[in-house]
Design a protein around this ligand. Sequence first.
Ligand SMILES: *Cc1c(COP(=O)(O)O)cnc(C)c1O
Length: 405
Amino acid sequence: MIPFSPPRIDQKIIDEVTDTLRSGWITTGPRTKLFEKKLTAYGGQKATLCVSSGSAGLELMLRWFGVGPGDEVILPAYTYAATANVIIHCGATPVFVDVNKDDMNISVSCIADAITEKTKVIMPVDLGGFPCDYDEINALVKRDDIWEKFNPGSMEQEKLGRILILSDAAHSIGAVYKGRKAGALTDITVYSFHAVKNLTTAEGGAVCLNLPKVFDNEEIYRELNIKSLHGQSKDALAKFQVGNWRYDIQEAGYKYNMTDIQAAMGLVELERYDDDMLPRRKEIFDQYARGFGKHNWFQSPVYETGEKKSSYHAYFLRIRNIDEETRDKIIQNIFQKEVSVNVHYVPLPMMSFYKQMGFDIENYPVSYDNYSREISLPVYYDLIDDQVSKVIDSVISAVEKNAGS
Ligand SMILES: *Cc1c(COP(=O)(O)O)cnc(C)c1O
């Protein structure tokens, strides 16, 4: 069976994790701090805070901005549940909007239509690793009519003076937009380092701070460090210094810190990310494109344009002119050929919980259309060319069996 997305665990990762265990320092410490510095240099943002997961990072930043009951947060209907659940955890209201037909990312015109006096944050998601239209989104929140609608409800909201852009870049570390990397494309960007993501620390995430000049990003980094560790004025590393035992609790903070065991994996992954990981993923994308290219039913994911380059996180194949039921049959046939595939994503308004909140998939026709024709194919470092060919053959035969042409 060809698996869908196993992590790359080789001797280098094992050695670095083992060294960390032997060092005696397994919680947040020197490796986490080093990983943060390297991530800042890599993405070009102003500061980076490592956290226990992408979800934790997103929720931490919503809470930092003072998002709560009565507030609205705009996000795409076509994403993973984490993007919506963190909004709900804060007591705020998720406002789903539809996505683009071509790249499947959040639609800027749908965002504009959804903004109200209650909107506090927009959360674009770089689906599959392809950056959203950040220039348009960044400009939208500064447009006079939209800027005037903004009602600040916290000190940070007052200071920013407009809607915050909090990018869910769970898929897109290393993606490029107009020469800049994801991490520095908008106010705040959150990566995920979950086991299936491009760059993994088993579980983990990072908050990239790139707030405008009215904020001191370094100072916010220090504030978030405390906020992500129970509001404790000194972390374990600072307390470890001789005689430095006394600390204060400044607020009821969270327990969202990254461990050095996680950072050990991340350091190895980041070191070889641009020269080794991304090129291999791109090769697989290109091999799929060549393999399916001549078929009329083939709709390629958008992964490279003049302005944007994906991080090649996930290959979202779409089959033209099929319905959901046919797609499901095609998937069954692919699995019978011992190839694991997936669907990204079932739009959130189709899931019981959000349906119960009153969301209806009828209002998200593009998301539904994308979903109903979508099959995600395996992409990972250790996937070899012969396996890619096997995936291509199994998809072609399954489509031809079920969809005629
Ligand atoms: C994986 C993922 C997240 C959450 O990341 P975790 O690190 O698992 O918390 C958020 N959004 C999207 C779109 C994801 O795919």
